[in-house]
Design a protein around this ligand. Structure first.
Ligand code: ADP
Length: 445
């Protein structure tokens, strides 16, 4: 499970082992390599070992076995989120990478870092450059500019089969005349892996995808979801550092897709292998990803955790692509945020917090579930509107509210059974907390 390892390797010299242990070389160790990459073999450094760490921040020191001479190899567990280890902990790093097909720019120059051991989703509408990005990692396409690194190693010139990555495609293309275990073992056979080792690895891979009892079946005897899990096992059996998944659930029906989303996340967490998953389905990305890159027209609009992207979108495109949003065109006047029409003050981040200019039209965004409705009367202060539609959606009831001060109807999701007395055509006041709002550049719509 080398792919799961999160460690730094440090060199520490001098003293006997016991004094070294007492001295705790946390502060004196010299970082020589990090992030799942073996240090360059040096005389003193063999044999070396590293210990996989969990996903959480931890610090501490453990000693390597079998060390020679006066140089000690220690494995220092560190906070891998720390900026100074960011470079070393990258599974994938793009620096100024672009891709052009003839005259068409499929990918603008992008910088991208995918951390070792994370479940990373490339999300965006069709044609935004997701598969191109995946192809550049897998080596199926060559970058037009920039550098692609896998675990720190420049791979621009490295052919696909020499990269430590494997890909699972939407069309899983199993060999119909081979059993499940035969399909999974195929790559190992081609690589001339000894039979005993191959059997062990196939059994391990099938266990990971919970298909160990299906080893002797043929693809035609499996459901679509099971076949896709065989395809995942076929890729995992090679123990890749990075698994690329190109819309692997796209051909499955909704129920099955939802189940496999959970199963794939569990497999990834168990293995700690870096997964790079392409999807155009925001729910799928939100369900599975540690971090998401939202792409649009060959650019990365935003990278963040599902929560960051949902709560703090940095562009209208992201706000609209992930979940639902209300937008209001507002201006900053004397430190207040007011609607452009009717100058109604709204709860929003203060101008000073935004480091913006003195004036200008921007867009306020607030999510439907963050808006509260209370009955109002004609002439009440604040944002007031008329309920034009109430829709029962199960756990929430959705109100569409037309406010004279805002162009688009506001969507409000409230727990069902809310607001006694609020009916269609009721006059209501809309309120929300500042923390639930974001100001986006440019006018609404
Ligand atoms: P996505 O995976 O997000 O749907 P792609 O990465 O497949 O998008 O494509 C990005 C853009 O590059 C699209 O406009 C697509 O038409 C174009 N493109 C992709 N592959 C090729 C190719 N082999 N030749 C020419 N254009 C391509």
């Amino acid at each position: 499970m080398a792919g799961a390892s999160r460690y730094c390797v440090a060199e520490h010299t001098g003293g006997d082992r016991s004094s070294r242990e007492r001295s705790k070389p946390r502060n004196t160790g010299v970082l020589v390599a990090a992030r799942g990459v073996a240090p360059r073999p040096r005389r003193h450094f063999v044999p070396w070992r590293a210990w996989p760490l969990g996903r959480r921040r931890r610090e501490g020191v453990r000693w390597a076995d079998g060390l020679q001479g006066h140089t000690t190899l220690a494995v220092i567990e560190v906070n891998l989120d720390a900026a100074d280890t960011a470079q070393a902990t990258s599974a994938i790093q793009f620096t100024g990478v672009s891709k052009r097909y003839g005259s068409q720019l499929a990918l603008c120059p992008i910088d991208l870092e995918i951390r070792d051991g994370e479940f990373f989703c490339l999300l965006g509408p069709s044609g935004c450059g997701k598969s191109t990005t995946l192809s550049l990692i897998g080596g199926f396409a060559a970058p037009s500019s920039g550098e692609v690194r896998i675990r720190g190693e420049l791979v621009n010139q490295t052919p696909p089969h020499r990269r430590k990555v494997n890909t699972v495609f939407q069309s899983y293309a199993l060999f119909p005349h081979m059993s499940v275990s035969g399909n999974v073992a195929f790559g190992l056979r081609m690589a001339k892996v000894p039979r005993g080792e191959s059997e062990t690895r196939v059994a391990e891979a099938l266990r990971m995808v919970a298909l160990d009892s299906y080893a002797d079946r043929y693809p035609g005897q499996l459901s679509g979801g099971q076949q896709q899990r065989v395809a995942v096992a076929r890729a995992l059996v090679n123990r890749p550092a990075v698994l690329l998944l190109d819309e692997p659930l796209g051909a499955l029906d909704l129920q099955l897709r939802k189940r496999l989303q959970v199963e794939l996340s569990q497999i990834q967490r168990e293995l700690g292998t870096t997964f790079v998953f392409v999807t155009h389905d925001q729910g799928e990305a939100m369900t599975m990803a540690d971090r998401i890159a939202v792409m649009n027209e060959g650019r990365i609009e935003q990278i963040g955790t599902p929560e960051e992207i949902y709560r703090r979108p940095t562009s209208r495109f992201v706000a609209e692509f992930i979940g639902e949003s209300n937008f209001a065109e507002v201006e900053l006047v004397n430190g207040d945020v007011v609607t452009v029409r009717d100058r109604i003050p709204l709860a929003a981040p203060r101008q000073a917090d935004l480091e913006r200019g003195e004036s200008g039209t921007v867009t306020l965004m607030v999510r439907p579930e963050s808006v509260r409705l209370t009955p109002a009367s004609e002439g009440d202060p604040g944002l007031v509107g008329t309920v034009i539609k109430l829709s029962f959606l199960g756990s929430v009831t959705r109100a569409s509210v037309r406010c004279p001060a805002v162009d688009e109807a506001f969507i409000v999701d409230a727990p069902s059974g809310f607001g006694q007395g609020i009916r269609e055509n009721s006059l209501v006041q809309l309120q929300w907390d500042v923390k639930d709002t974001v100001l986006l550049d440019g006018p609404a719509g």
